[in-house]
Write a protein that binds this ligand. Structure first.
Ligand code: ZN
Length: 490
């Protein structure tokens, strides 16, 4: 039977804040275990939580970027469940009155744009972390680190509108770009700053009711999401094709072995015994604050990508690469001389990104070394053909290593540039004067001797002229009515 795949994602975004969601403990990664803890995040009796203002501001920014409806009064609720890495045995989350509802995240796949509808975004706190340092895979001895307990999270839930593993990967990629763009999270999946669970079900193609779903946990890389969801679709299809039934369950995807394991039979919302947290007041967000968040929202990555493509006439590929991060796209815009945008795009996409990757720099570090004004000047000189190919590459290599303008760099290294049409013209004329016989052959319509003339000019320039320019000048001079002569000024 033909099956239609139905997937909904629940993504957790760890927010970039100085302190945790409900206490003043530092929100940092990689500290000595159990050093960033206090009575509040350890859930000691009598400790009172207080919501982190910056985390709420981050949530409002994301909600505004995604076009969500923001609730002026939302409620923190306790979600009860027992987990060894959760000191309180409940998690502070939001339930029936979340901060944001609706909205959509635009994604693009194979040139087709689609908006992935969202159900909600709510604020919550992260749990701690169990680890097993003594013996790999031996779970008889567990250790717990509560540093992560209480770190602010946003949970973003999509409607069941995704239809393939590739679409899930595109969604996560777009979400990661957005949270980094807004500066609300580093979105580093390796560090668990962006995590995802997937609800997967199949139904006969054309059916309108949903099939029984399973939940896949622990999808911690974009590849892992694609592989895990693919494996689960296959498992369900085999089961259903054989006349079996899917049972609702939570599965754990083991990326190392590319295998799914049953974690537990699925809980239902009523198992969590949600109720409003009596220690926290209703979260009130004024209309003015919601409007301020909307006003603060920068030009969004997909809008900038479209503008680069449509208004700046860049190829779709360039527009996508250059808007991978806000820093990169800002740098590109600051550097690109009007009319030379494709040139700027080529240099940034190939040379700059290559070097930045090689050196392990971020764009910020590159920009510190090569400010936009300096790079724009370099690009303008390349565009004006002042720097022929090999010299441009050489100057490019000096730029991040040394101070100074392009002429200063050239002088410091004793490089004399022979280029620019007007410095080249006398060389072209000299060659034409020296090889009158060859010139006659070319004028008679022979093409082969033309290459010889190009070679002679290149030789005279010490190999520094640009061959295309030499060819152009030669043709120009050959076509002119005056017979070539030496020593004439230009
Ligand atoms: Zn704390």
């Amino acid at each position: 039977m033909a099956w239609e795949v139905v997937i909904g994602l629940e993504c957790h975004v760890q927010l970039k804040t100085r302190s945790k969601m409900f206490c003043g403990c530092p929100n940092t990664f990689g500290a000595e275990p159990n050093t960033n803890v206090c009575p509040v995040c350890l859930g000691l009796p009598g400790a009172l939580p207080r919501a982190n203002r910056v985390a709420i501001a981050h949530a409002l920014l994301l909600g505004s970027a995604l076009g969500c409806r923001v609730r002026e009064e939302s409620v923190f609720a306790r979600k009860q469940y027992f987990y060894p890495d959760m000191p309180k045995n409940y998690q502070i989350s939001q339930y029936d009155r979340p901060l944001c509802e609706g909205g959509e995240l635009p994604i693009e796949r194979d040139g087709v744009r689609a908006g992935i509808a969202l159900t909600r975004i709510h604020c919550e706190e992260d749990a701690g972390k169990s680890f097993h340092p003594e013996r790999h895979g031996d779970r008889r001895l567990s250790r717990v680190d509560f540093n992560r307990a209480g770190v602010p999270l946003l949970e973003l839930v999509t409607e069941p509108v995704l239809r393939s593993p590739e679409e899930c990967a595109a969604f996560l990629t777009a979400l990661r770009r957005l949270v980094r763009w807004l500066g609300i999270s580093d979105g580093d999946m390796e560090k668990g700053q962006l995590r995802c669970d997937a609800n997967v079900s199949l139904r006969p193609t054309g059916a309108t009711t949903l099939g029984t779903k399973t939940e896949l946990k622990n999808l911690n890389t974009i590849k892992g999401v694609e592989r895990g969801v693919t494996a689960e679709i296959e498992r369900q299809a085999v089961l259903l094709d054989g006349g079996g039934r899917v049972t609702q369950a939570t599965l754990l995807y083991d990326a190392d072995r590319d295998r799914l394991a049953l974690m537990r039979s699925k809980e239902h919302a009523h198992d969590y015994r949600y109720f409003p947290d009596p220690d926290l007041p209703t979260l009130r967000v004024s209309r003015a604050r919601i409007d301020a968040a909307a006003a603060e929202t920068p030009e969004l990555p997909w809008a900038r990508e479209a503008r680069f493509r449509d208004a700046l006439a860049l190829p779709a590929y360039d527009a996508a690469v250059l808007t991978e991060s806000r820093e990169l796209s800002d740098y590109f815009e600051a550097c690109a001389p009007a009319g030379e945008r494709k040139l700027a795009s080529n240099w940034i996409m190939t040379e700059v990104l290559r070097l930045v990757k090689e050196r392990g720099w971020g764009i910020a570090e590159w920009r510190e070394r090569v400010g936009a004004e300096r790079f724009r000047d370099f690009l303008a000189r390349v565009a004006a053909r002042e720097l022929p190919g090999p010299i441009a590459k050489q100057v490019f290599a000096w730029l991040p290593e040394e101070q100074g303008s392009v002429p200063e760099l050239l002088e410091r290294h004793g490089v004399k540039v022979v280029s620019g049409l007007e410095t080249l013209r006398p060389l072209v004329r000299a060659v034409l004067a020296e090889h009158a016989a060859v010139v006659a052959q070319v004028r008679a319509g022979e093409e082969r001797p033309f290459g010889f003339l190009v070679g002679q000019v290149m030789k005279k320039s010490g190999g520094q002229a640009v061959p295309q320019e030499v060819q152009r000048l030669l043709r120009e001079e050959l076509a002119s009515a005056h017979p070539p002569e030496t020593g004439r000024g230009s």
